[in-house]
Every structure is written in C-alpha cells, then in structure tokens.
Design a protein around this ligand. Sequence first.
Ligand code: ATP
Length: 368
Amino acid sequence: KKKIAIMTSGGDSPGMNAAVRACVRMAIHMGCDAYCVYEGYEGLVRGGDYIRRMEWYDVRGWLSEGGTLIGTARCMAFFERAGRLTAAKNMILNGIDALIICGGDGSLTGADRFRSEWPSLLEELVATGEIKKEQVGQYAHLNIVGLVGSIDNDLSGTDATIGCYSALARICYAVDLIEATASSHSRAFVIEVMGRHCGWLALMAGVATGADFIFIPEKPREDNWRDEMCNIVRHHRKLGKRKTIVIIAEGALDREGNKITPDMVKDLLADKKGLALDTRITTLGHVQRGGTAVAYDRMLGTLQGVEAVKAVLEATPGTPTCFIAITENKITRKPLMQAVMDTKEVAKAIERQDFEMAMSLRDAEFSE
Ligand code: ATP
C-alpha cells in the first residue's frame, strides 16, 4: 500500500486546509495510506509525533477553517544536507515514499532539491547503517508534487495561487471600511499591503477599489513619481473627491531600486506647501492572511489536491518534479523548476492585461 504524506510549508495561506483535506481523502479513496507532516519541513526533520496517519474523518470541517491546521514553519535545518538526511530517514521509518507539499516557491525549491538528492541520501543512510540495503528497493524513487499556497500570487505558470483571492477579498473589505471614514473627514490614507517581491495584491486591490494611486515592485516609479501622484490626487480633489486612497506594496521601489515607504508617501500628501491633506497610514499586516478562505480558494485547494494525489501516483523516475497549476480555468500539471525560474524573470503582476487602463478608470478621471 502506497503511503502519501502531505505538508504545508512557508507562509500560511487561506485554502491550505482545503488542499490538505482533499489530499488526505483522495489518497484514501485511491487505496493509499494518508499522512500529515505537522510544522512543515521542521516536522519532517523531527519525525516522531510530527508525522501522523490521517483517517477520512480527521479532516472533517476543514474547508471552512482559516490558516493551516497542520501548522507551518520556516526550517533552517532543511537548508542543510544533514537536515534533509534526517528527513529522509524519518520518511523511511514511517514507510512514506511520496510527498505533497503546499507552499511558496521557497518550499517547492526545497522539495525539488530533496527529490534530486534522494538517491544519494539513501546511499548515505545505508552506508551509516541507518537503513538496511534490502529496504532501499521500495524507496528507490521519491515522488514529490507541489501545490502553490501563497497569498502573494507570486509563482509564474499558474493563474492563481491557493490563498491569493482570499487575501485580495480581505484587502478590498478593509479599504471599503477605511474609505467610509476617509470620506467623512476628507482624509488621505496610505494603505500598505503584503507583497515583498510581487505586487499582484496591490495592483488588483487598486483596480478593485479604484484607488487613486498604487506602488508595486514590478513597476518602479519614475523619478517624478512625487509630481505624478500629487497631480492625480489634486485633480481628483478638484473634481470633488473627498477621500484619497494610495495602496503601496511592501516591496515598492523607484527606478533606482530605492524603497518607497508609506511614510514618504504620507509626508508628501501631508506637506503643508503642497496638498496639505490630513493623511494617515494603515498597515493591513496579518489581517490579510487571516480568516477563512473565499469560495475560490476552497475550490482551488480541493481540485488541486485531487490532482496532486493523481500526479504523485503517476510520477515516474525520469520526469521532473511537477506542481499543480490552474491555467485558463483548467487544473494542469507543470514542471516545477521552470516555473520557479520564470518567476524570477517575469513581472507577473503587470504581464496581465491592460493594467494602466484599468487603473485609469477611477471615477474622477473621465468626468471632465
Ligand atoms: P512564502 O511565499 O510564504 O515565503 P515559501 O515557501 O517561499 O513561502 P520560504 O521561507 O522561502 O517560504 O521556505 C520555507 C521553507 O522551505 C524554508 O524554511 C526551508 O525549510 C525550505 N526551503 C526553502 N528553500 C530551500 C532550499 N533552497 N533548499 C532547501 N530547503 C529550502
């Protein structure tokens, strides 16, 4: 009987529980034993109670739970060969030879490394007497499949990552709340959202809330960004808009690669010699990750979890590690490392559609 383990790793994202539930139940449905590794790679390195056999009913009610119920962690030990060696030993001790990992590009890169090292890890375990030579046959190949769980929507090759639409919904809700008070006092708000390297959340929130101005890492602002922003805000104010909303991603940059911070934007909007707006900063922080997943992320986690189990059962030794994507509304399998490499080159947030036009549809823009 095949034993498949599932874990969540890196930053948590809404919808991870849906993915774990689907993997556990699909594995059981396919006649396999299902396991969960608690606390990400940390649990794989620690072994023991961190690796638990799961039954169908153990994941009951998980669709409507936020976060990840099996825990997640950043694990320094897994960056080292010694840590991965212990992880391999723990997998063999539990009889596990297939692993599904739900996490960001870091976690999935770690998974690919683990899989490519697997034969040499086995050799070392045999040489040191940790496992018997006769045991190796059963574990000769490690099947690994990735699921992309991240609120940032920062992996190339998939339209959406599990969790990004929940975070986006949370941001839009928060901006709506802020708008009511901003309008009442005629204030400006600089709202910082998550996204260190990827501005998808800031961009889509800007489009979805009709923000006056946005800053994202993929589109560094020109030197004249100060004038550009102030002119737009001034124009909107002249047309009667009583609120100003500027959305800034954590990783916002200018052309020289200098960070643009919420304080810099606030000082500019509040400058007595300029717009002189009563300006506040709101950092949305972990609210963006919290709470239950929206329907889309539950659906995505479930459909991709089902596909991940199929992929892990069909994986063959020669094929590269795959991850489960959604492309043009279809659940697909794609080579993992290609997507990781593309991610470093493609500015995903702005490769999509006509972002300039969408951002210009702010109410005041066309009223002249
Ligand atoms: P997020 O998008 O939330 O940052 P992530 O999966 O990219 O999620 P990381 O902190 O990059 O998060 O990675 C999570 C864990 O994966 C690390 O703590 C480490 O244990 C493992 N990992 C990441 N990169 C590697 C690597 N190159 N080799 C081995 N393990 C890795």
